[in-house]
Design a protein around this ligand. Structure first.
Ligand code: ADP
Ligand code: ZN
Length: 297
């Protein structure tokens, strides 16, 4: 089966072709400009490759509700050229194939849950800490779930990067979120790290105070997610998580903040509860292939 995958991001569009087993045959990356410039390039790519269905994991906010009038649209994104753009409609019309559609982080959560480090778990989360912060939530409800019904949407989709935070006592940075200033994303996404410390995040590797503060915020969010979602494992990805020293720090703060309140076998071993992404960072594309497959079947 030839399936198309599109990881639609604010800076680049990764287009790929693969199959239902998660095998990726080929891929290209196209810079995200305006729909007028970028859509024809992507359509041409997929048209030539004769795919049976397309799965899109998209930056948001988006409308993933098939019953809604604006299903398949990118909605209130700060990327103005893409605001209210009907990305699913555009691909459907041009390619005449089924198109699956979800958030980029739900696609990654699905990729990990189908092929990766959360396979076989009935409830898991994927958190990305990059240019923004977002989480995908996978909940297997068993036979009752409809196709694609294992990803949490509710009225829209989770916006887990915009939760309120208790500030680190030493943090005087005002926060970068245009809506909330010092929400989780406003304090801890890549651009916030860079504005607070005045340097590219990748160049701050040898500044322990940077990663202590970052871990404090990430751990706090993970505790909140644990209390509400009760996942069996949380996967962390995104550019900021390339700082591998974050993992032990996050686990340390997590244990401290949890304070022994929730007692499960999962939380006895934080090394396997809070884990890095697997699949060589292909979890997003592999999840999109799976979205395409779900749309077909
Ligand atoms: P996006 O979120 O746009 O899809 P990424 O997940 O790669 O892309 O996130 C980009 C952000 O990650 C940048 O803001 C940058 O600050 C941060 N970043 C990228 N590489 C590193 C690194 N090696 N160490 C720390 N931060 C990084
Ligand atoms: Zn916010």
């Amino acid at each position: 089966m030839r399936l198309g995958a599109l990881e639609a991001g604010g800076t680049k569009m990764v287009c790929a072709v693969g199959d239902e087993t998660g095998k990726i045959f080929e891929r290209i990356s196209i810079p995200t400009k305006t729909p007028g410039e970028t859509m024809p390039e992507m359509i041409a790519y997929f048209k030539e490759r004769e795919i049976e269905a397309l799965g899109i994991g998209c930056f948001g906010p988006i409308d993933p509700d098939p019953k809604s009038e604006t299903f398949g649209h990118i909605t209130s994104t700060p990327k103005l050229a893409w605001q209210n753009f009907d990305i699913v409609g555009a691909f459907k019309e041009a390619l005449q194939i089924p198109v699956g559609f979800d958030t980029d982080v739900n696609a990654s959560a699905l990729g990990e849950a189908t092929f990766g480090v959360t396979k076989g778990l009935d409830c898991s989360m994927y958190l990305t800490v990059g240019t923004g912060i977002g989480a995908g939530i996978y909940i297997d409800m068993g036979a009752g779930a409809q196709a694609g019904g294992n990803l949490l949407h509710g009225m829209l989709h989770p916006e887990a990067g915009h939760i309120m935070m208790k500030r680190h006592p030493a943090d005087e940075y005002e926060g970068k979120c245009p809506f909330h200033k010092d929400c989780f994303e406003g304090l801890a996404a890549g651009p916030a790290i860079e504005e607070r410390w005045g340097k590219k995040a990748a160049e701050l590797a040898d500044r322990p105070e940077v990663w202590e503060m970052e871990a404090y915020y990430i751990a706090q969010a993970l505790v909140t997610y644990t209390m509400i979602i009760s996942p069996r494992r949380i996967v962390l990805g995104g550019g900021v998580m390339h700082q591998e020293q974050l993992f032990p720090l996050i686990r340390k703060y997590y244990a401290h903040m949890m304070a022994g309140y929730v007692k499960t076998k999962e939380l006895e071993d934080l090394d396997s509860f809070i884990v890095p992404y697997s699949l060589n960072d292909n979890q997003g594309i592999m999840g999109c292939l799976q979205l395409a497959l779900q749309r077909l079947t």
